[in-house]
Ligand binder design. Structure first.
Ligand code: ADP
Length: 491
């Protein structure tokens, strides 16, 4: 099958979070299964060019209709760790992708509406006719809309779209100008509850809603989150739309790229190890301590890695630092905040804890350091308010760090409580789960984890090993996506 992935991220060249990991990992899995996969991405100025091989101009004269004129683009082509990627570079005063960051601008909706239009225009003009176009999150929600309303009448009548929602919080609510810019034009037609009109703001169109309405199949990234999105307020207002389109909506658990995340062959950690050589993992803990100037002592290392965002339960992240220290553990945090209030709060904590030899807060984004922290940590903490799938708990387990998580979304499908899980045998259990979003619940789960490390180390090691041996690779998820593609493709 010929599949084209269109997304705003692809790890490790463009990565702000789990979306990048998923786009890369799924593409590799699909290719390993004998499919042809190509990726279309924006050409950001700030992406990691050192992860692209053989970058060259592939298509010089792509003219993308935009309002009443057209924007000239160049399409570059290169390989990102074996994946064939096309990067779209527009030449216009808008400087859509030359901002020094991926997201966070006032005109984000316009930037990615342009990207969606340009991606389809590229497919159309270069005569690429994939069986399935797989697009991701609000940034590419317009793709199925444009395909159905415009491009199917220009030789793209047999392409089918799978649309994956990684986070319902950001939906791309936009003004009418997007319709005029992309050539959809007909305001009265699109401002309709059954089409693009936002479910709560009658004066806005909603790009993610467009993706849901117009795609052939829609999914979010775990079965439990699919349920949450439909039946709780976690769908951020799209629950009713999902209800209407329930026959083409489901949940597919993300996988983890087992080559990119592999403690036995990870270039970013000094000591390779497997489930049978955990003593080597201990050396990585020592290496991290040296790097971060932490005390070398007999304490468990608790870690948090993630965006410092309301979604991640920042009040519990903050509390977990102090509770870990109170329980005689060490704590390492690697996180970045885009919201100024949260950023200021964690800078304050960092200054306050600066001289503590058992704590280090690293504020910023650092891919290489994240690998070393996973390899060094005994416990990884994920106290999210909501979590569509969550990769950090899976990466943690792959590296022998025992997860302590809040029982929401994909965390429910991947972490099984050591003491209480009624549905999984002792051999299948792999972490600690709490449910309420309060300090007491967090403390009780952390206490159980830290005490097991202190007072029953052989059991703790068994738990860590069970996590390492469980299979969270793309194997099953890749098969599930292929099943969806087969189902929707035009036969
Ligand atoms: P989300 O997609 O909501 O950000 P996920 O758990 O699905 O969360 O994926 C997060 C990914 O981003 C993981 O690969 C994690 O290691 C990585 N990550 C998050 N924050 C940072 C950071 N500050 N530095 C390095 N990697 C990070």
């Amino acid at each position: 099958m010929y599949i084209v992935q269109i997304a705003s991220e692809c790890a490790p060249v463009i990565k702000a979070g789990g979306l990048g990991d998923v786009v890369y990992g799924l593409s590799r899995e699909l290719e390993n299964r004998g499919n042809t996969v190509e990726l279309i991405l924006p050409m950001y100025d700030c992406m990691r060019y050192d992860h692209i091989w053989g970058l060259h101009e592939a298509y010089q004269d792509l003219w993308v209709p935009w309002y009443d004129a057209a924007i000239h683009c160049t399409v570059f082509c290169g390989w990102v760790h074996g994946r064939l990627c096309f990067f779209i570079e527009p030449h216009s005063q808008d400087n859509f992708f030359h901002r020094g960051h991926y997201y966070g601008d006032k005109d984000d909706n316009m930037r990615f509406a342009f990207f969606s239009k340009a991606a389809l225009e590229f497919l159309q003009q270069s005569n690429k006719r994939p069986d399935v176009i797989h697009c991701h999150d609000w940034q590419t929600g317009l793709i199925p809309v444009l395909l159905y309303e415009i491009y199917q009448h220009h030789g793209m009548g047999t392409q089918r779209v799978c649309y994956t929602i990684h986070n319902f919080k950001h939906q791309g609510q936009s003004g009418v100008d997007i319709l005029w810019a992309t050539g959809l034009n007909n305001e009265a037609y699109y401002f309709d509850y059954d089409r693009l009109q936002d479910n709560f703001n009658p004066f806005a169109i909603n790009l993610m809603k467009g993706g849901i309405v117009y795609s052939n199949y829609v999914n979010t990234v775990s079965p439990h989150h699919a349920w949450e999105a439909r039946f709780t307020d976690i769908g951020y207002g799209l629950g009713h739309t999902l209800e209407i389109h329930q026959n083409k909506f489901g949940g597919i658990l993300n996988g983890l790229d087992y080559e990119m995340w592999n403690p036995a062959a990870d270039p970013y950690i000094p000591h390779a190890y497997t489930a049978d050589s955990l003593e080597e993992k201990a050396k990585n803990k020592q290496a991290l301590r040296e790097r971060l100037l932490l005390q070398d002592n007999d304490r468990p290392l608790v870690a948090f890695i993630g965006r410092l965002d309301d979604q991640k339960g920042v009040h519990l992240v903050r509390h977990s630092i102090y509770y870990a220290l109170h329980k005689g553990a060490q704590f390492v945090l690697l996180g970045s905040a885009t919201e100024p209030g949260i950023n200021a709060q964690f800078w304050h904590e960092k200054q306050y804890l600066n001289d503590n030899p058992n704590c280090h807060l690293e504020l910023g984004y650092n891919e290489e350091l994240s690998h070393l922290i996973y390899a060094a940590a005994d416990i990884i903490i994920v106290p999210s308010n909501y979590e569509p799938c969550g990769l950090t708990q899976m990466i943690g387990m792959r590296y022998g760090a025992v997860p302590v998580v809040r029982g929401v979304g994909g965390l429910v499908s991947t972490v099984f409580d050591w003491d209480y899980d009624p549905d999984h045998s002792e051999e299948e259990r792999n972490g600690f789960v709490f449910y309420q979003s309060d300090y007491r619940a967090l403390e009780s789960a952390m206490e159980r984890a830290i005490d097991l490390w202190k007072y029953a180390p052989e059991k703790f090691e068994m738990l860590a090993t069970q996590g390492m041996k469980a299979d969270y690779s793309w194997k099953q998820s890749g098969e599930n996506y292929l099943g969806v593609y087969e189902y929707i493709r035009c036969k």
